[in-house]
Ligand binder design. Structure first.
Ligand SMILES: [Zn+2]
Length: 483
């Protein structure tokens, strides 16, 4: 039998095929990368930036882009996967538990069932929030409200499971025991409200502190009985079997909180940890390992103390599981809806237009409504050149300036304590510019109208205008046109 001979022609055609396939793969990757554009922190309003994270941001993505971005490196990819994988694992664990234990038929098991569900919901809500928050400013709010709600509900689940299986015998039938669950329920709602409210606080440090405080309070309250047992337990007894898990859980959660509060390591090298290894990645990682330890510890307590607790008659009323837990879930959903309605009123920086301020955009023939209400120093200025564009710039304490527009409209620029100036428009309209304590000036236009400029304590200068309203200011060298 004759063996096949590898000729140079065969080698050539083979390598050509491989190279063409590689080129195809490269083209596909390039096409996908273009489909998920990443932007820098400076292109975003301050509210959407993370401290010391410079790049890898996503903004105004479609759902398809979000899904695609799961498989590319953005500054949220690790955040998403570090909670998506545990969600799947915890869901599998829950399915396994429900097939091996009477989770839904025995009252003693109800707290474990409730707790496990909350332990699935919080990483699920978190990974959804990190994935879809970039689709719109309102999505950012809704996603993170639900994220906070799920975390608050998890704090309730932990309280319930501790009360059912971990509570120290010394505290049974005391005023502390009778108050433990009602206060945990109040903590759950207050944590949710504090976290939601924190999103309306403009000072980033204060906002983070409020959020942290909101969740630390229930954590401390829930942990008091456990700490008491850790300190008083007889080391050799069965009831101490779960303690290594509980101790490790405290350690992991403390590490997670440390990274969340300190922004280490990215504050030491801004930009170096944008895609992997930043503090929020570490928060997720250590937090979820802590939850895993807590589940293990709770299951051991449930199993080891089953007999002694039943002998004493310590069984949590099922109403806490099948009435209060769903009740808290509904309350959280209602609070999310209420908070969503308040966004436009409570967040002065909110713009339904988009999270991006576009400091130096180059759009043409488009409808530009992404000049968010910007804090200084992110200014849409100098290089904004539009053709046939509609611009809705909203700025607080900043400058909307030097926007050159041809055949279009520069309008609805709301500015507080700043300057709306130097709009050069040809055949268009500069209109509805509202400023307080600022200047609307030097707007040069041909065949156009500057209309409805409302000004308090400022100057409208060198402008052709109609219907100006001013108070305590100057309208200087303008020609009033009747419409
Ligand atoms: Zn997160």
């Amino acid at each position: 039998m004759k063996l096949p001979v590898t000729t140079p022609i065969m080698l050539w055609s083979g390598s050509t095929y491989v190279i063409s396939r590689l080129k195809e793969v490269r083209r596909e990757i390039t096409r996908n990368c273009k489909a998920i554009p990443l932007i820098k922190a400076e292109q975003l309003t301050e509210r959407y930036r993370e401290r010391a994270i410079i790049g890898g941001y996503r903004a105004n993505y479609s759902c398809a882009q979000v899904v695609l971005s799961l498989f590319h490196f953005t500054n949220e990819t690790v955040n998403i996967w570090t909670h998506l994988i545990p969600t799947i694992y915890f869901a599998w664990k829950f399915a396994w538990l429900s097939s091996t234990l009477p989770l839904f038929s025995e009252a003693y098991m109800f707290p474990l069932a409730c707790y496990t569900v909350t332990a699935i919901l919080y990483p699920l809500a978190s990974c959804m929030a990190h994935a879809f928050s970039c689709t719109s400013p309102m999505a950012t709010y809704v996603c993170f409200f639900l994220d906070y709600g799920a975390l608050a509900l998890y704090s309730w689940g932990a309280a319930l499971v501790y009360y059912a299986y971990t509570f120290p015998e010394a505290a049974f039938n005391t005023w502390y025991a009778s108050l433990f669950l009602p206060i945990a329920a109040v903590n759950c709602i207050s944590a949710m409200m504090m976290a939601c409210f924190s999103r309306f606080v403009q000072n980033q440090s204060l906002s983070q502190t409020l959020r942290l405080l909101g969740f630390i309070l229930p954590f401390i309250w829930d942990s008091i009985p456990l700490i008491y047992r850790l300190l008083t337990c007889d080391a050799g007894s069965d009831s101490c079997e779960s303690f290594p898990f509980h101790v490790r859980q405290f350690i992991y959660v403390s590490i997670a909180l440390f990274f969340y509060a300190s922004h280490i390591p990215e504050i030491f090298a801004p930009g170096c940890f944008d895609f992997i290894g930043h503090s929020h990645n570490l928060l997720h990682l250590f937090g979820i390992i802590g939850t895993h330890e807590q589940i293990q510890g709770a299951m051991i307590d449930m199993s080891v103390r089953r007999g002694p607790l039943k002998d004493i008659g310590w069984i949590v009323s099922p109403a806490w599981s099948y009435l209060v837990t769903p009740g808290l879930l509904v309350t959280i959903i209602v609070l999310t809806l209420i908070a969503t309605q308040l966004v436009d009123h409570l967040d002065p920086f909110y713009s339904s237009a988009g999270p991006c301020c576009f400091c130096s955009p180059q759009p043409t023939n488009g409808f530009i409504k992404l000049h968010d209400r910007l804090p200084v120093p992110c200014l849409p200025s100098d290089q904004s050149k539009y053709n046939n564009a509609v611009i809705n710039g909203m700025v607080k304490n900043g400058i909307v300036s030097n926007s050159n527009n041809k055949n279009g409209i520069v309008s609805d620029s709301n500015n507080k304590d700043g300057i709306v100036c130097n709009f050069h428009s040809k055949d268009g309209i500069v209109g509805n510019s509202n400023t307080r304590n600022g200047v609307v000036s030097n707007s040069n236009s041909k065949h156009f109208c500057i209309a409805n400029c409302n000004l308090t304590n400022g100057i409208i200068n060198n402008s052709i205008t109609s219907n100006p309203e001013h108070k305590n200011g100057y309208i200087n060298q303008y020609e009033k046109k009747m419409q």
